[in-house]
Design a protein around this ligand. Sequence first.
Ligand SMILES: CC(C)(COP(=O)(O)OP(=O)(O)OC[C@H]1O[C@@H](n2cnc3c(N)ncnc32)[C@H](O)[C@@H]1OP(=O)(O)O)[C@@H](O)C(=O)NCCC(=O)NCCS
Length: 233
Amino acid sequence: MFKVIRDEIDAMMQRDPAARSRAEVFFCYSGFHALVLHRFAHLAWQRDFRFSARLISQFGRFLTGIEIHPGASIGKRLFIDHGMGVVIGETAELGDDVTIYQAVTLGGIAPSINSESQRERNRHPTLGDGVIVGSGAQILGPINVSAGARIGANAVVTQDVPAALTVVGIPARVVEHKDIDVAEVFRPYGTPLGDLPDPLVRSLEGLVEHVANLQARIDLLEKASEKKMKKNK
Ligand SMILES: CC(C)(COP(=O)(O)OP(=O)(O)OC[C@H]1O[C@@H](n2cnc3c(N)ncnc32)[C@H](O)[C@@H]1OP(=O)(O)O)[C@@H](O)C(=O)NCCC(=O)NCCS
């Protein structure tokens, strides 16, 4: 049990550039609290303590702003970053190492919530291993988002997403991505590593440009004053 918790904390630290210590994750990460409470709620749900399971899940929602139905099946090392507004429906299934940002819905599209047959059916998405879901994305219905896929922030996804592809927009469409190693390395926010401009390099580049401009102005002034001196002679 402790090993599982430790692994999950370590996975969160690896995936969040802002996490500095295990203690910080343990005490301050809503996604971690929601996951631990879900593990208990899911256990109660599987043993048919349905009401207790819902109570634990509701307590988790109150505490974290993350609503995970106790029936949802969640793999190892799920990381819900920030978390507020995340909703994971009853028949959702998540593989290992899934990352979800705030305000994401893994929702159902049942035509009738009163129909018994509909209740039994899979109404929610299935996410494969290593899927990354950007903030505000809505993944709706019993669709498959295959391993390593990335869902852009605010996308609305209602169709299957093939493995290791990136989809964005409403309705979600596949986009080309800059590099190929999608599933090989975890990339915070789903974006390529190392493509952020270094602030120091940017400042130096700004200085060099400024000096070049000054040099050009000095050259102009020197030429103007040389002309003036020649005229005066
Ligand atoms: C979808 C995502 C993973 C793509 O990252 P990427 O591989 O670096 O892709 P690029 O930035 O090269 O974008 C590729 C194309 O998709 C578009 N695009 C990227 N993200 C988009 C989004 N969320 N919605 C709509 N279009 C998007 C880009 O404009 C670009 O379009 P173009 O080819 O017409 O120019 C990333 O943009 C994203 O949304 N990550 C989630 C970030 C997040 O939720 N952060 C919250 C942290 S708190």
